[in-house]
Design a protein around this ligand. Structure first.
Ligand code: SER
Length: 881
């Protein structure tokens, strides 16, 4: 018996030997297609290759593609567990020709693999063709030698395959396996075809068209081939079992579920084990591909899948959370083929555990409510929509979980009632919203959010992708299209652009299409906290609501924002280490060129503190640990070491970012919805460039990272080199040279002061050297000196008194346009005039006020240095009487 892993391998080998490029599975979230919720077929990653939009270096390919069919056109969720072949997650084996071979080789390759390589009994195979496709009919006859009655013409859509409402499509030919007459059913097209005896195992699609919209179908550039074979189905055939859930992979998962719940895997609760096995796979793979449970979009589909499984775990009597304990079995079955499962194992386990712990808090009460509500209902009854809504709103029961729970009793749910209860709740939320006050624009956002739900943010894992335009806003009103020159706000159903929130600036980038549209996006906002509103001016082309566009984030800019954001978390942790637990975040701003972090702390940080903080942060960066993101309840996050911000309101769930190694927890654990580096080394370098006060008790640090930090340092070095050049020395010698210069300057200043004083006292060259002049026979010495320190005035007057014995003296010192004045009168002349009067007269002339002291010594000043000669004359006039 071949294992599922062997079968996958031999399929890929078969087509590799026939010249096909083996392509690893694309992620489950199709970033190249905005119309799909999940990758739902092997051809999805090649969609643009079929239509000719994208060229690859190969023309034939083969893959084993992860697929999820839950939500969207192909949705199998409701049937899982109750049929032999429905799955939410499955693997699709496929071979593809992009304009290379067509029907003949596709049929030959398929037939060879089935009958030669795998040795399937030709007698148990039959095929269908599209009713008008004579060519395919003849080829099957020629290549496989099938008799006419085993080549069945089918006219329904079963034999015309399309990916979704739009995209590549074409007639197809399906290969069926007859599981044997012990099972009820007939070949396709027969009245018993709905039985389970004949099972479709492989679909060969002869891709010829592209469905552009409901009315337009174009020819593909070249006819192509897309085939898809469910690995689980072919494994059942090759392993001789009828039910996919009896193949090796599922058996292992189901056994693990049986063991952990001590509930017989093949007993009466078999369906529950199957649901758990299937949902474990889809949940595990979705988490590994970056989807986390949430209340909208893809995250909500994941949550529905998880909770559906969790109710079945509860039905099996699991007392504690079960799903996360099954992850090791999943990884051991599938991790080799899909290493992303191994990488994401801790995250998958934790996400499942968290979701189950949370859901269990309300599950019992919800089920009790459901039991009470249905106790008196007969088979065929309908649960009121209000009750289903209460289960949804209060107890976290997704709508389809309620349906699933009632299914066994033959009851259904009033969907219309559920929808109207939901609409009433939304209207109440709208009425209660207190926004910016701009009612007109907020009405638009509310309408859009109600109609389309939150924008799906794909930017945690990718920086470009496709989105469908759901609204355009120009001059405050919705428009259906916009052309060159128009300033528009663009809303798409999904986007990799981060909308400004949590201190992180919105993304910039480009929105374009292949018809010449180009809109540079300057910013992205996040109205209502749920919609990502791209802002830009159309440069060329036309953008139209309903069309798909390509969204590409400016990834260099985003890279800088990531580094700056992660650096704020590290700084926060380092500040707390260094300064103490009182430090908490008061605000932050993360842009592409710098970061700002405000925090509570009573005083300025010393140079040593700043150096120590910077050293610690950079040491963490060099450790280069991977940054991990998990989803937790706020309480769990706090238990994991996250700092709860007082007064912040958190939802039921928070994204928790952990960085670096600390003593007990990670070095930094924070609740954050922003975008971050993958590993700390991506930050490169952190440099604190400013520390200041914001308000009393709040300090601000500004810092740079990566290239900006390096450029800043280079700039500083450049300055140092320039200084060295001016000083005619080397950068190394600058400190010694500057110290020597400072000494020299101090010495010169001292010397200069002495010289000025000497001058003022009548030193050589000074006015006074001619000796005092006589005014009314009184000796008077007057001096106006530029730049004499006012502090020296008094000493100079004293010196003049001593030198002359009997003298009236006055000095006016001029500094920066202002004048200071001092006057002295020796005791023998006090009867003639008072120094106070002299100073007052001078001060008045200098435009000042007051002035005073003692009769023998007085001082004052005025703002008008130019009037110094007049001041001197005023003093003299007073002496002259
Ligand atoms: N796209 C086709 C299918 O999904 C064949 O791969 O069935």
């Amino acid at each position: 018996m071949s294992s599922t892993n062997d079968i996958r391998r031999s399929f890929l080998d078969h087509f590799a030997a026939a010249g096909h490029e083996v392509i690893p599975s694309a992620p489950l979230v199709p970033h190249n297609d905005p119309t799909l919720m999940f990758t739902n077929a092997g051809m999805v990653p090649f969609k643009n290759v079929f239509t000719g939009l994208e060229k690859r270096p190969y023309v034939t390919a083969t893959s084993s593609q992860k697929c999820v069919r839950a939500g969207g056109k192909h949705n199998d969720l409701d049937n899982v567990g109750y049929t032999a072949r429905h799955h939410t997650f499955f693997e699709m084996l496929g071979n593809f020709s992009f304009g290379d071979y067509f029907k003949e080789r596709a049929i030959t390759l398929a037939w060879d693999l089935l009958t030669r390589e795998w040795g399937l009994d030709k007698e148990r195979l039959c095929v269908t063709v599209y009713h008008t496709d004579d060519e395919a009919f003849d080829l099957w006859k020629k290549i496989a030698g099938l008799p006419d009655h085993k080549i069945i013409r089918i006219s329904t859509s079963d034999n015309f395959w399309s990916m979704g409402d739009t995209g590549p499509c074409g007639p197809c030919s399906e290969i069926f396996w007859d599981h044997g007459d012990h099972i009820y059913g007939g070949p396709p097209g027969s009245p018993e075809e709905d039985g389970d005896r004949f099972v479709e195992i492989w679909n060969l699609v002869f891709m010829q068209y592209e469905q552009v919209d409901a009315a337009t179908r174009l020819n593909l550039p070249k006819p192509s081939i897309d085939t898809g074979m469910g690995l689980e189905r072919i494994a059942a055939v090759l392993q001789g079992v009828h039910n996919n859930y009896d193949t090796d992979t599922f058996k292992s998962l189901i056994e693990a579920s049986g063991e952990l719940t001590r509930n017989d895997p093949s007993g009466s609760m078999q369906a529950s084990h199957r649901v758990i096995a299937d949902h474990l796979r889809s949940a595990g793979f979705l988490v590994a591909d970056g989807v986390l449970p949430s209340n909208e979009g893809r995250g909500y589909v994941l949550r529905r899948i998880m909770r559906r499984a969790m109710r079945h775990a509860h039905l099996l009597g699991a007392k504690d959370p079960l799903m996360h304990r099954l992850v090791p079995a999943l990884v051991s079955e599938m991790g080799q083929a899909y290493p992303e499962l191994i990488r994401a194992q801790p995250l998958i386990e934790e996400t499942l555990r968290h979701e189950e712990v949370r859901f269990r808090q309300t599950l019992d009460k919800g089920l009790k409510l459901l039991d009470d509500a249905t106790a008196s209902m007969d088979k065929g009854g309908t649960l009121p929509g209000e009750t289903a809504f209460k289960l949804y709103d209060t107890f976290g029961f997704p709508y389809d979980l309620t349906e699933d729970a009632l299914r066994a009793q033959g009851l259904s749910v009033d969907r219309a009632g559920f929808d109207s209860a939901m609409a009433a709740q939304k209207a109440a939320a709208r009425a209660a919203w207190k926004g910016s006050g701009d009612k007109a624009s907020e009405d638009i956002w509310f309408d859009l959010a109600e109609e389309h739900g939150a924008t799906e943010f794909t930017g945690y894992v990718s920086e470009s992708g496709e989105g469908q335009v759901i609204a355009l806003i120009k001059d405050g009103a919705q428009v259906t299209s916009a052309a060159a020159g128009d300033e528009v706000t663009i809303l798409t159903n999904q986007t990799p652009f981060y909308g400004e929130s949590g201190g992180q600036k919105g993304d910039a980038g480009v929105i374009s299409n292949d018809k010449g549209l180009n809109i540079p996006i300057s910013d992205t906002l996040k109205p209502l906290g749920r919609l990502h509103a791209h802002q830009g001016i159309v440069e060329s082309g036309t953008i139209t609501v309903g069309e798909a566009v390509h969204l590409a984030v400016d990834s260099v800019r985003r890279g800088r924002i990531r580094a700056n954001h992660s650096a704020t978390h590290l700084l926060h942790a380092a500040l707390r280490h260094r300064l103490g637990g009182h430090v908490s975040q008061k605000g932050s701003m993360v842009s592409e060129d710098r970061l700002r972090f405000d925090f509570s702390h009573p005083k300025a940080l010393s140079a040593e503190d700043l150096a120590a903080i910077e050293t610690e942060v950079n040491a963490q960066i060099r450790q280069n640990d991977e940054v991990t993101t998990r989803l937790m309840t706020p309480d769990d996050a706090i238990a994991a070491g996250a700092m709860a911000l007082f007064g912040e309101k958190y939802g039921d769930e928070v994204r928790v970012l952990s960085m670096g190694k600390g003593d007990t927890h990670s070095y930094s654990v924070e609740l954050c919805g922003g975008t971050h580096v993958r590993a700390l080394g991506d930050i490169g370098l952190v440099r604190i460039v400013a520390e200041s006060a914001v308000s009393s008790g709040v300090r601000r640090i500004e810092a740079l990272t990566g290239e900006a930090a390096r450029l800043w340092l280079t700039g500083r070095e450049e300055q140092l080199r320039n200084v060295a050049a001016t000083l005619k020395t080397t950068p190394d010698d600058v400190p010694t040279r500057v110290a020597a210069l400072a000494d020299q300057v101090r010495k010169l200043e001292r010397e200069l002061a002495d010289v000025k004083k000497t001058l003022a006292m009548g030193g050589s060259g000074g006015l006074a050297s001619a000796g005092p002049e006589l005014i009314n026979n009184v000796p008077f010495l007057g001096q106006i000196v530029e730049g004499l320190d006012p502090k020296q005035l008094r000493g100079t007057i004293d010196d003049a008194k001593k030198a002359h014995g009997s003298i009236i003296s006055m000095i006016i010192a001029l500094n920066d346009g202002k004048a200071s004045v001092a006057a002295g009168v020796t005791d023998d002349l006090l009867a003639r005039v008072s120094a106070v009067d002299l100073v007052k007269a001078a001060v008045a002339a200098l435009g000042g006020q007051g002035g005073g002291g003692r009769p023998d010594m007085a001082q004052g000043g005025g703002p008008d240095a130019d009037s110094a000669p007049a001041a001197m004359e005023a003093a003299k006039a007073l002496i002259a009487g």
